[in-house]
Design a protein. Structure first.
Length: 185
């Protein structure tokens, strides 16, 4: 069922019926797409809602409800909204708040280093590691948070940042090494 807010925005009965059919047909698919990017139920729902808000002004460009072009069009809008949200300043500010709360510090510290380096991380307080994380360059910090805290795969991060998986691996490695150097100081 189409959310009440969307119904109130749409002017004609014909457009309301068209939007209702679009919503019924694609809401679940778009939610799955959004969840793949956002890894959060509520953010995924927000993105789906924003997708339908975005197409209200473009309803006349959609001729058929059930066709590959309409499906691709809606999926593309959803993916772009997800990417924009992940790159947005508000989202990054929220990620900083996550850094101040409880997060997967065990994932941030190196996992492929020798025992001496592992012992160094065990000696340091979580707050020291979080502080070191905040000192990283933004690109390294965001990559490490997406990987270690949000649970994104390296492939997903590469898609979000439009880079190779190898570049993501290197960023994670550099971030971990820089954190190690910062906590040793």
């Amino acid at each position: 069922m189409l959310p009440i807010l969307l119904v109130q925005i749409i002017e004609t009965e014909e457009e309301k019926q068209k939007m209702e059919r679009l919503y019924d047909e694609y809401e679940q698919l778009l939610y799955c797409v959004a969840f793949k990017y956002m890894h959060d139920k509520y953010r995924a729902e927000d993105v789906v809602h924003d997708t339908f808000l975005k197409i209200i002004d473009r309803l006349d460009s959609i001729n058929e409800i059930r066709c590959p072009q309409t499906r691709a069009y809606l999926v593309t809008i959803t993916e772009h909204l997800c990417i924009n949200m992940l790159k947005s300043k508000a989202y990054k500010t929220e990620q900083d708040a996550i850094c101040e709360g409880e997060m997967g510090i065990a994932e941030i510290v190196p996992d492929k280093y020798n025992n001496a380096e592992d012992q160094i991380f065990e000696k340091y307080d979580v707050l020291i590691i979080k502080d070191a994380l905040r000192k990283l360059p933004e690109k390294l910090q965001n990559t490490l948070i997406l990987y270690a805290v949000e649970g994104y795969s390296m492939k997903e991060i590469a898609e979000i940042d439009n880079c190779s998986v190898e570049a993501v691996k290197k960023r994670i490695q550099r971030a971990r090494m820089q954190i190690l150097e910062l906590v040793k100081e």
